[in-house]
Design a binder for this molecule. Sequence first.
Ligand SMILES: *Cc1c(COP(=O)(O)O)cnc(C)c1O
Length: 223
Amino acid sequence: MDQKIQQSLKKTLENIPSHVRLVAVSKTKPVEMLQQAYDAGQRDLGENKAQEMAAKQPHLPNDIRWHFIGHLQTNKVKYIAPYVYLIHAVDSLKLLKEINKQALKNDRIIDCLLEFHIAEEESKFGLTLESAGEILKSDEFVAMKNIRICGVMGMATFTSDQDQVRREFKSLKKYFEVLKNEFFQDKLEFKEVSMGMSGDYLLAIEEGATIVRIGSKIFGSRG
Ligand SMILES: *Cc1c(COP(=O)(O)O)cnc(C)c1O
């Protein structure tokens, strides 16, 4: 086995407490590298393109937990609905409706996180507390039987300003608490805060991440 991935995984895991789940982000990397991570014991893998995930999935073991971490277009949900473990970046009622529909078709319940806009920069996707509340209160959402909302997800600004990144993580944790109180008090599954990448995961863990999504630190830069 190639020792490099095994070693970088081990090193990464050393800094991650056992209550935090590591998703190894394997986007753009070949199946052989995903297999190496699997052989080193890693079971949670993250991809951000539906067709790429669909192309890799049949070549790898069945007990991999496939995390979809990217922006998901409604017309692509069908490619991942049969096996996806957790969809991290749900940011509209329209997308939830499609996930619910495809989950029903596959006779399963699909776990999802709500993506929040936490970066102080403009360009990123994501909900506000207000728009999330509107979705969760809507009759359409309440009627969905094949979706479970398990928490929140966010991406901090790509900056070396640690205070700013910390602020943004704090705001995501706050949104989690507000939603927990308002909509999910009796829902044990609503417990996940997905935040932190190669450059900022230690901060994210300090601020309450339960899932970190780490790519380049494990698999090398994506060129
Ligand atoms: C690519 C990606 C990551 C991992 O980024 P690294 O900096 O390589 O660790 C995490 N989250 C999302 C949403 C991504 O697209």
